[in-house]
Design a protein. Sequence first.
Lengths: 151, 106, 278
Amino acid sequence: MIDLIIFLSLLALGYGFGRHAENRHYASIIKREKKLRKLPAIAARTPTELSKPNDSCLVVGSVVISVDYFKRFISVLRNLVGGRVTSYESLVDRARREAVLRMKEQAQAMGADLIFNTKFETAGIHQGNGNQIGSVEVLAYGTAIIPAQQN
Amino acid sequence: MMVTNIEIVPGKRITKHLGLVQGSSVRAKHVGRDIMASLKNIFGGELVGYTELLQESRDEAIARMVEQAEAVGANAVLNVRFSTSSVAAGAAELFAYGTAVTLEKM
Amino acid sequence: MEYSNPEIPEGINTSKGHPLKEFIWLTSGVLASIFAVILLLVVFVDALTSYIPFSVEKEIPLPEFEVGITEGPLPEYLQSLADRIIEVEGLPDEMDITVHYVGDGTVNAFATLAGHVFLFRGLLEKLPNENALVMLMAHEIAHVKHRHPIKSLGRGLIAGLALSVISTTAGDAVISNFLGEAGYLTILKYSREMESEADETAIKALQSIYGHLAGAEDLFKAFQDEKVGLEPPEFFSTHPLTDDRIAEMRNAAEKYAQDNKVTPLPSEFKTWLLTDEK
């Protein structure tokens, strides 16, 4: 009986706080994406415009986002039934967009106007007995092209 | 919509780069596939259930990436890369990303 | 060469649909299927165990219950009551009942495989008259008559197997406990049905031996006295609520003739309980 009550309250906490954090995060992501609209990041490897002299530098953005109890419970049920784990889709989407934004912010601080060869690495951080994933880490990295100063 | 993992397409010219497009899909197996996998661990052989599952996931991820490309007005996605990672116990995330471009015949 | 970064619409890489709706849909689906699977297994196991003859139960090695005794004046008295009950309940010839008396203060009694019935001193001390004692023994012997011990064993094994498959798929400890507990609660429901069935048979036996049902309530009153604090909700118990059992008893008493003289226990009963202390 006590187990059930603990379980339900954990679920409620996970749902309440998790949804709140997610909505806030998405609002922040959309705002910053608007601000950084002028800075494209592309996956192509070779820059085609080499006429202007410029500097280039590796830029990196990473983020670790944790899973809440509600999301984990849904994924466990999905493991029994099969199908799309919708609770995790929003999690990795958020993490990826946040990582790209941090990479762009680092590039903008250097004065870059383009990022080439963007690549991603995703990892699940395991907890305890290796069976439970506690959080998701996304790393985004690329080469920022900084136009030379006009003298 | 052309989807390819090369950068320079022979016979075509890139007129406009439209940024990074991504598609991802997180899918879980179910108890039935799990039990079959445990049996296969004894007898050996291809895990057909899992192969199908991951293939469906990959197709969905590519479809989502193409949807994003269409939304920004591209007609090809170049330099496509894939990534698989385990983000939940028993579920894998299939991720495809590339550069959305508009191509023109040279 | 133009490099642009147009806005990509939301919702392509995520799914629409409220998470709570999905949660309710998934949880109710999974719980319903656990319930259905256990129901099927219980029906299957019951059908199977009815094909196992009682003689096979006797072959199953039983863990030795060293403290139980079967010789002496008290066990002989108990066995004599058991023999009357066996006759009245119509047990088949091959089912013999062996009554064990355990000199321990625990307030409990149970029936197990091969017709062994164990009665504890703690419970026997609380019974005020012979009718209550016969009701208790008739209840346990009814369990043997309906082959409940071996059915319980079979159900426990198969359901435990099914639940462990589900639990290993679920990685997290608390969540797999929750799913396991859902299955366990379903099994408890069937355990309560077995108890009610045994109560019914015992009531009929008592009626046949004494011609009335007075004194049988005293058995349930003894259980009520034992409860410290609140009785857990019926949903979580192996037995129906004591009040409900008393109510069932009273309903049955209205169907059968009422005659209020209870038969007292033999005068040496109390001394037997004291001398047999281990």
